[in-house]
Design a binder for this molecule. Structure first.
Ligand SMILES: Cc1cc2nc3c(=O)[nH]c(=O)nc-3n(C[C@H](O)[C@H](O)[C@H](O)COP(=O)(O)OP(=O)(O)OC[C@H]3O[C@@H](n4cnc5c(N)ncnc54)[C@H](O)[C@@H]3O)c2cc1C
Length: 391
């Protein structure tokens, strides 16, 4: 049995970021990842807000394209182009992005071991013990003062440790391929395209696009139909699927354990993006854990500062986004179509230009609800959210 200060389970962006910060503060950090290599086989479009790079001191090496102009396509193929005054987001190659975060964690002193699945966790008075299975099926145990669960959409360990797991998920599917018009960012809406959410094509480097969608059901079938109808491409080969967590989680830390990133439900409930919230919350987790090591105290009341801090920053975004997305999922194609007509004629674009923030959507959502509340569906959302949502 080995003993570290902190065991981080999961080497995605959130886990690697916590590991880098904690190791940089002089703690002995072990990162355990079940995949054979960091960043391998991630299903993600890789869109990250422009500001995140400077805010988190990230290199731009993994950036493959920038987003500024977006073509929105309605259920009846009405098109509307929104152009932001400047690039608002970057698209990264996730394997390289995660690889750079891994190198940062390793050079800060964290030990990262891949091909190890953490099967179980037990929290005792003196520490946390994890049971690990390697690629050959051999079982071993390691222990630490604290465990950070950064397992993405796998919630088995959270449940074992008494933390919350989401009840709502969207289903994602994506493929990357060479395609004509690959440099045009397009978002598709409609019940026939992506019931309950939306689909996209995003530039992923010269001549290539990531084409994907989020939906309430049948992600592979929906993407196959989108490829056939809009991209003249048949077949499901190469389509990869993964769920996205939706909604605020009640309990993301306890005695000697905390969850971070998608493992703690820290995703944008409007779009399903999770990288930037995960990195921001990883920094908050590291700040709190460094304080805990300073005091030598790791009980639930000590770690609760983490949950208070991340919820102070993101709770409103997650709750308003989740509610609005679920209500919008009920809009008929006819309603979506009339919104497109309004967007072309009715002064919605200046509101978007003024209020759009890539990572914080509540300001834009609330401004649009005010503007659109003459329509019954939007009046209902506004009234359900109540006056507090505006303060
Ligand atoms: C189709 C699709 C498109 C998306 N596009 C975007 C986008 O453009 N922008 C964006 O910000 N987000 C996007 N997301 C969401 C984004 O991918 C996630 O929110 C993000 O990867 C979460 O990072 P994380 O570090 O919390 O978890 P992850 O990146 O999921 O990392 C978790 C790691 O933990 C490991 N792990 C899990 N369980 C164990 C275990 N028991 N033992 C050991 N290791 C374990 C996993 O192998 C994995 O490597 C998209 C999601 C989907 C499905």
């Amino acid at each position: 049995m080995k003993t570290a200060d902190v065991i981080v389970v999961g080497a995605g962006p959130s886990g690697l970021r916590v590991a880098a910060r904690l190791a940089g503060a002089g703690l002995d950090v072990r990162v355990l990842e079940r995949k054979p290599r960091v960043g391998m086989g991630v299903v993600c479009t890789g869109i990250i807000g422009e500001e995140v790079f400077d805010e988190r001191g990230l290199g731009r090496g993994p950036v493959v394209s920038q987003l500024r102009r977006v073509r929105l396509v309605s259920p009846r193929a009405t098109e509307f182009v929104y152009e932001h005054p400047r690039p608002f987001a970057c698209v990264v190659d996730r394997e390289r992005f995660d690889g750079e975060l891994g190198r940062a964690a390793a050079s800060a002193g964290a030990s990262i071991e891949c091909g190890l699945r953490v099967e179980d966790i037990a929290v005792g008075r003196d520490g946390v013990r994890v049971e690990i299975v390697d690629g050959g099926g051999a079982v071993r145990r390691e222990s630490a003062a604290v465990a950070v669960l950064a397992t993405g959409v796998d919630y088995a360990l959270q449940k074992r440790a008494g933390l919350s797991a989401p009840r709502d998920f969207l289903k994602g599917a994506q493929i990357e391929r060479a395609t004509p018009d690959a440099d045009v960012t397009t978002v598709f809406f409609g019940r026939d395209v992506a019931p309950g959410a939306f689909a996209w094509s995003v530039p992923a480097g010269p001549g290539r696009a990531r084409i994907g969608l989020l939906t309430q059901r049948d992600p592979k079938g929906c993407l196959r139909r989108l490829l056939e109808r809009r991209f003249d491409a048949a077949g499901a080969e190469g389509i990869r699927t993964r769920p996205v967590a939706q909604g605020l989680l009640a309990r993301t830390c306890g005695d000697r354990v905390l969850a971070v990133g998608e493992a703690a439900g820290q995703t944008k409930t409007t779009t399903g993006g999770g990288i930037s919230y995960g990195l921001a919350c990883a920094d908050l987790a590291a700040d709190v854990l460094i304080d805990c090591f300073g005091r030598g105290s790791f009980g639930a009341p000590d770690l609760a500062a983490y949950e208070r801090r991340w919820k102070a920053r993101f709770q409103k975004e997650i709750v308003i986004g989740h509610y609005t997305r679920r209500m919008c999922a009920r809009l008929s194609d006819g309603r979506i179509e009339s919104l497109f007509q309004l967007a072309r004629t009715d002064g919605i674009v200046p509101i978007i230009r003024d209020k759009a923030d890539f990572d914080r959507h509540s300001g834009l959502v609330l401004a649009l609800l005010e503007r659109l509340s003459f329509m019954k569906a939007f009046r209902e959302i506004r009234d359900r959210l109540g006056p507090d949502a505006w303060s």
